[in-house]
Ligand binder design. Structure first.
Ligand SMILES: *[C@@H]1O[C@H](CO)[C@@H](O)[C@H](O)[C@H]1NC(C)=O
Ligand SMILES: *[C@@H]1O[C@H](CO)[C@@H](O)[C@H](O)[C@H]1NC(C)=O
Ligand SMILES: *[C@@H]1O[C@H](CO)[C@@H](O)[C@H](O)[C@H]1NC(C)=O
Ligand SMILES: *[C@@H]1O[C@H](CO)[C@@H](O)[C@H](O)[C@H]1NC(C)=O
Ligand SMILES: *[C@@H]1O[C@H](CO)[C@@H](O)[C@H](O)[C@H]1NC(C)=O
Length: 577
């Protein structure tokens, strides 16, 4: 691995954030994590290969959730249970890479050892200070079971791998104030430099109000809580893993350093909502004089707002990658099976493929696309073009490995005339529920059409990723679904099989829709319309595994759809920890 020191990037994908609220573990440490005492120290003797991913980031075994990033070499720090495949015993594990695709595991970087983190080392972020000095801010659980914010620095900043980290004794740098609940104060962001201060945000809640507490410091050690939060929203509950960063407003797809201050910029504010277990973001303005963030009136601020991903995607973080001048977003997906199954599998949780993220020219949403380095894993390629699909028609994509593949397809259609009516009552329900009512097997007008991923040969099992176009009074509405309901024939009510869906705000003038799906055994990560809408599903086929998996393009609408172009690749496995 090279010693390139020319750039400094730092990501820390977030969170501890595991399973939902409510259950308190016995010593009352933290109510928002289900704890499985009988499983958390159960070391996986055997790691089951079934459903394990081929090119997504996974440690060799056990529980993972949430990473981070840094310096010439990409560093990924992630929340890890070294002793079992459920949440518990969390340390900051550490892997390094030069291309975000091939990874090498190092020893854990941060683990409980001091009074200010003796009961846990939870999520945080990294910031590179002038002089190329990385600092990690993280949440520790102290001797009084309080969530406090700490910092850590490399023992030897010249070590390209940054293997050893020191947690100075002047920690913690922020403790809950008397008005705060000591169990709801965590996940410090990357800091930004502004008006002679470093500033950072810590996620919290006050009663049901989600809070992003703002802190300022001149020296990165003495931090003072600002009188007002950077932002807060009623009725959203605990804000985990907040992220706050600028994006270009001038049509550039490049990224910006978190501290960038200049014209033609919008800000993104993202939170992981513990109550829904989804991530929401708004676009808005950072009012520097008031140190407040104000969402645009086109961005819904709450549960009905924009999401990075309308499927299984949580605890994400972004970082500015100065090497390729881009902002990268990295999220984590949990398993959809039971905890006992996870323990049995010997592993749980994957990092999704890192995504480049930038502002859509409309200014109303972000766009996302898998990092270009992923394409180095593309192996055998097959292509097709101009294949018409009549009602009920499908075409198989053969000659690649459909269980571990990357597929890009553009569909076209002659007109919008056959679009079904959009029922006005659907305006009050989520896209996911609309997809629940309008499955891929329900005949439509313009759509459903798309891909049948991880399909068994006789199509008893498949995960369809598809579009359905509706006509509303003044516009067309495009629904994109990734529906796990038929993903497995296994008779288990313990598997979570949602009909994930989102709307796609796309111009249909050219009568085309594109889709890219990254298929990896138990992951289907799909990018609609060039990254306008993204949906990730975790599925566990029983029949459509390894060589028995198939891939089809299909149409179940009355309007004929043409597969204008389709390219699919077998994906090779990278070096993985
Ligand atoms: C503090 O937050 C925890 C975790 O959400 C919750 O279980 C507890 O009831 C809260 N305590 C108070 C006093 O509100
Ligand atoms: C720090 O790391 C550099 C580069 O690996 C090495 O040459 C140097 O000996 C290290 N310093 C110490 C004190 O370990
Ligand atoms: C939204 O904000 C813009 C300015 O940013 C303003 O021109 C527009 O009138 C606002 N729309 C509404 C509905 O408030
Ligand atoms: C993880 O999995 C469960 C289903 O097992 C789901 O209900 C939960 O919301 C998922 N997502 C996150 C981010 O925890
Ligand atoms: C298309 O519809 C037919 C008839 O309902 C159904 O058997 C088939 O599974 C559907 N295809 C998809 C991808 O859902």
């Amino acid at each position: 691995m090279g010693l390139a020191k020319s750039f400094s990037v730092f990501l820390l994908v977030c969170c501890l954030c595991v399973i939902t609220n409510i259950i308190d573990n016995n010593n009352g440490v933290e109510a928002s994590h289900f704890v499985f005492p009988h499983l958390q120290n159960k070391l996986a003797v055997q790691v089951k290969q079934l459903h394990r991913t081929g090119y997504h980031f996974q440690p060799p075994r056990n529980w993972i959730n949430g990473p981070m990033y840094f310096n010439g070499i990409y560093h990924l720090f992630y929340q890890y249970n070294p002793k079992g495949a459920v949440w518990g015993n969390i340390v900051w594990a550490h892997s390094v890479s030069t291309d975000l695709v091939n990874w090498k595991a190092l020893e854990p970087a941060i683990y409980a050892s001091k009074p200010f983190d003796i009961n846990g080392c939870w999520s945080g972020s990294a910031t590179v200070l002038p002089g190329n000095r990385p600092v990690i801010l993280y949440t520790g659980i102290d001797t009084q079971e309080r969530q406090v914010q700490n910092y850590a620095i490399p023992e030897n900043a010249s070590d390209p791998y940054l293997i050893k980290w020191i947690k100075p004794d002047n920690n913690p740098i922020a403790v809950p104030t008397p008005d705060m609940n000591v169990s709801t104060f965590r996940d410090p962001t990357t800091a930004w430099w502004d008006s002679g201060h470093w500033k950072m945000v810590v996620g919290s809640r006050r009663k049901r109000r989600g809070m992003a507490y703002l802190y300022r410091s001149r020296d990165f050690i003495n931090w003072v809580k600002a009188k007002h939060p950077l932002h807060s929203t009623p009725n959203t509950g605990m804000w985990e893993c907040p992220d706050f960063y600028p994006v270009h407003q001038d049509g550039s797809t490049n990224g910006l350093d978190t501290s960038f201050n200049g014209p033609k910029v919008k800000h993104v504010f993202k939170v992981s909502l513990d109550l829904t277990r989804y991530e929401y973001y708004t676009l808005g303005t950072y009012l520097r004089d008031k140190d407040r963030y104000v969402p645009d009136n086109t961005s819904v601020d709450g549960w009905r707002g924009l999401r990075y991903d309308y499927g299984n995607f949580y605890a994400s973080k972004s970082f500015f990658d100065a090497k390729l001048n881009r902002r990268i977003l990295w999220g984590w997906a949990n398993e959809s099976d039971s905890k006992d199954d996870d323990s049995e599998k010997g592993w749980a949780g994957v990092q999704l493929i890192p995504r480049k993220v930038w502002l859509d020219p409309s200014g109303k949403q972000l766009l996302q696309w898998p990092i270009q380095e992923l394409e180095t894993l593309r192996g055998k390629k097959v292509e097709m073009s101009n294949v018409p699909l009549k009602t009920g028609g499908s075409v198989e994509v053969t000659g690649i490995t459909p269980a571990q593949a990357d597929v890009e397809v553009t569909f076209s259609f002659p007109s919008l005339d056959k679009a079904e009516q959009f029922d006005s009552s659907w305006e009050n329900i989520d896209a996911q529920d609309v997809c629940g009512l309008k499955a891929s097997k329900d005949l439509g007008g313009l759509g459903p059409f798309g891909l049948m991923t991880l399909a068994s040969v006789n199509k008893e099992e498949f995960t369809p990723v598809f579009f359905r176009i509706f006509k509303a009074p003044n516009k067309h509405v495009v629904l994109m679904c990734s529906d796990a309901r038929s993903s497995t024939v296994k008779d288990s009510d313990k598997i979570y099989k949602p009909s994930f869906a989102g709307y796609v705000d796309v111009d249909l003038t050219d009568k085309k829709l594109s889709l890219r799906s990254l298929i990896d055994h138990s992951v289907v990560e799909s990018f609609g319309a060039g990254g306008k809408t993204v949906i990730t599903s975790r599925v566990y086929p029983e029949l459509a595994t390894f060589r028995d998996a198939h891939l089809f393009a299909f149409n179940n609408g009355t309007e004929t759809i043409t597969v204008e172009t389709l390219s699919a690749w077998s994906m090779n496995a990278p070096a993985m920890n």
